[in-house]
Each structure stands twice: as structure tokens, then as C-alpha cells.
Design a protein around this ligand. Sequence first.
Ligand code: PLP
Length: 386
Amino acid sequence: MTALGAWLADRARVRRARSMVREDRPAPEGALDLASNDYLGLSRDARVLAAAREALDRFGAGARASRLVVGTTPVHRRLEGELCELTGRESALVFSSGYAANTGLLAALGDPGTLLVTDAHVHASLVDGARLSRSPVTVVGHHDVAAVRAALAGRREPRAVVVVESVYSVLGDAAPLAELAAACREHDALLVVDEAHGLGVAGNGRGAVHAAGLAGDEHVAVTVTLSKALGAQGGAVLGPEALREHLVNTARPFVFDTGLAPAPAAAAAAACRVVAAEPALPAAVHRHARTIAAGCGTEVSAGAVQSLPMPSAAAAAGAAERLRARGVLVGCFRPPSVPDGVSRLRLTARTDLDPDALAAALGAVREVVREAVADAPRQTLRGVRP
Ligand SMILES: Cc1ncc(COP(=O)(O)O)c(C=O)c1O
């Protein structure tokens, strides 16, 4: 065996021993989806699909080049306009994914003269962006505004960027945006808010930043993904025009990556129009989120995501597998996706959930979680509500 082969075999053995094996299996057909991020059901909306088909016929299957070469189509421009219209921001720049938008933004903002202050629970794409940025990075406790203030006040760097999510992807809780923005204003810093799970759900679908009255704030920039509530693919950075201009010139995933394909760009633009026109869609998500929270005995979250702490990674993986066998798909999050080390089941509310099917699924969730908690050794129950 080669040295690399031996190392791969050893890594696989360690993953198996720690219940950390992940698999990219297709979801079984007909199962109830309490795992995806298609919160508004727009990935299958007739208007969204028609827009994608039209763009496919008119502009082809791919963007053919970087946005800066010939990869920008009228569809990209329209999408950027729709995103601004929906969120109330001045300008938008579309990337090929939310991951690329986050890494591109933080790497383009960072340098040794810019302190990055990140919440301990931010998404991997923001962590990677911070790593790429060449900035000094201070990680603060989850929602710890006092620690953010202390980091900003005590900094030596002339510039600072605070990085949070509006609705956290695994925990489902909401950042204290008004307080964070006030701290950034006071200390001349930029607040970057990842609205991956806020757009389409919070603030009547216009996002938590809009709802907090921060859409026009020059101290706030927003990143979004087009692949969750908008049901398509891609990502974007929203903020002042000067930021867009900087990113067009310096964000490496924008400059060196092939542009987002026209069909998902057109789909996302159509989805923006649907979200703006139909506040009943996010309202239904919140209704179903309350039902899921009541069914699981958790506090209702800020958006679509309900998070259920589990006794261990093995218990979380086993419970998710048992639910899958019963036709219920839930997310299973284990380290390193959970920075506090607490493995969780993640259930997502969606507009088009059938109430009877949801009630039956929640019965199965309760049963399976009860069994998993009963089986777990007592000392592993950190953070778990039986
Ligand atoms: C908070 C957050 N930010 C960014 C992303 C990345 O978005 P995308 O899937 O479009 O790359 C995700 C999810 O995948 C996410 O949950």
C-alpha cells in the first residue's frame, strides 16, 4: 500500500470509530423531507422552473467563462436588481455559490490592518474566508455582544469586520443584529451578516437585516445563498456600491470562477419576485416551525430550523438513520459542523408540509429521540433535553 493509501485507510478507521462517517446518498423517494433548505418549496415552483427553462434555451447550459470575461448575461444583472429590490440594499454581486460569496467577501476585505471578529458558530464558509483573509481573527462566544465590543474597542488594527449569521444554520437561533450593528457603528466597523437562512424566511421573506431596519446601514453588509429559500443555486454579497466595485476587482471566487449558470440565476430572480409578492409563504414556514418546536419540546426558533441536541454523535447518527428507515428525513449534525461539540438533529420547516404527515413524523421523532437518550450513558447528556 502507498503511504497515501495507508493514511486514507487510517483516517477512514478513525471516522468509523467516532461515528463520523458521512455518505452522499440520494434521498429515498416519497420520504417526508424535514431536512432540506427548500423552505418555501420554490425549487419546484412553476414560475421558477419556467424562468430557468427560458434562460436555458436563450443563454445555454453554462455561463461559459468568468463573469469578467463573457460570463455576465442580462440574467445576472436582473438577478442582482431583484435581490436589491427584495432586501432593500444598494447593490448586489452574484457568485456561483453562497460558499464562494462568503470566502470571496472575507478574503477581499481582510488584510493585516483589518481585525475579523467572528461568532463561534458561523458557517464553515465564513471560517474558511477568515482563514484566507490574512487578517488577525478573534473568535467570540455565540451572541456575545460584550465580547464583540471589547474586541473592537481593544483592537490595534485601523479597520474591523464583525461576522455573524442572521439565523444560525444549525442552532436556528437569531443574532442580536440591532446591538451588533450599534457596536459596529460606535467602533467604526463593518457588520457582515450571512442571511443564508434568513432570506425568504425572516422579516416577511426580505431577511432579518431588513426587518431590523438595517437595510440602508453603511456599517452592514449581507451575504446570501440562492440555494435555500430561493430554491435555486448561487450566492451573493449585498451592500454599498463601493463594496461591489471592490469585489468585482479583488474577490478571487468572482474573478477566477466561471459565472453562475444562467438557468439557476433566472430561477433565483423569479424566486425573489415570488417572495416579494407572497408573504404568506414565510408565514407558513413559521407556523410549521412552531408545530415542530411544540412536537419536539424545544423553544421555537427564529426561522425554519429547529435543533435537537443529542447525547453523542453515534446517537444522532443512529436516530437519523432510524427515522430515515421510517420515511422521515432529518439533518444530522456532528463535529466539526457543531463548534460546541454537541451533535444535533436538525429539522426544517417548509411551506408545503402536510399537517397530518408532519404530526405523524413528529411522533416518530419523539419516539426515536426518547430511545436514543434512554440508551445513552448519563455522562454524555451534555445539553440534552430528554
Ligand atoms: C450559513 C450558511 N452560509 C453559507 C452557506 C453556503 O451556501 P451555498 O450552499 O450556496 O454554497 C450555507 C449552506 O450551505 C450556510 O448554511
